[in-house]
Design a protein around this ligand. Structure first.
Ligand SMILES: [Zn+2]
Length: 101
């Protein structure tokens, strides 16, 4: 099963090709506080319940939503730093693209 990024307006899928392009994929943290920070950052609304969207067990975000400084490198592998919160290209992108049109 191919998973895709959970961020609003982002359609990056977790495929070999994406990984070859240097993207990495990160599951939502299990720590409650950290997890709620991610949920708030993603700021996604469930279309059915109209409530804040809660990530399922397989929910992931792609590395586009993190700053370079949020990562630690182990050789060729990258890992998110403890406490990193997504801050890049989230819902704000949609808002700014609306203004342009
Ligand atoms: Zn993404």
């Amino acid at each position: 099963m191919t998973r895709s990024c959970s961020a609003v307006g982002c359609s990056t899928r977790d495929t070999m090709l994406s990984r070859e392009r240097g993207l990495s994929f990160h599951q939502f943290p299990t720590d409650t506080i950290q997890r709620s920070k991610w949920i708030r950052a993603v700021n996604r609304v469930d279309p059915r319940s109209k409530k804040i969207w809660i990530p399922g067990p397989g929910a992931i975000l792609c590395s586009k939503h993190f700053q370079e400084s949020d990562f630690e490198s182990y050789g060729i592998r990258r890992k998110l730093k403890k406490g990193a919160v997504p801050s890049v290209s989230l819902y704000k992108v949609l808002k700014s693209s609306c203004k342009q049109s």
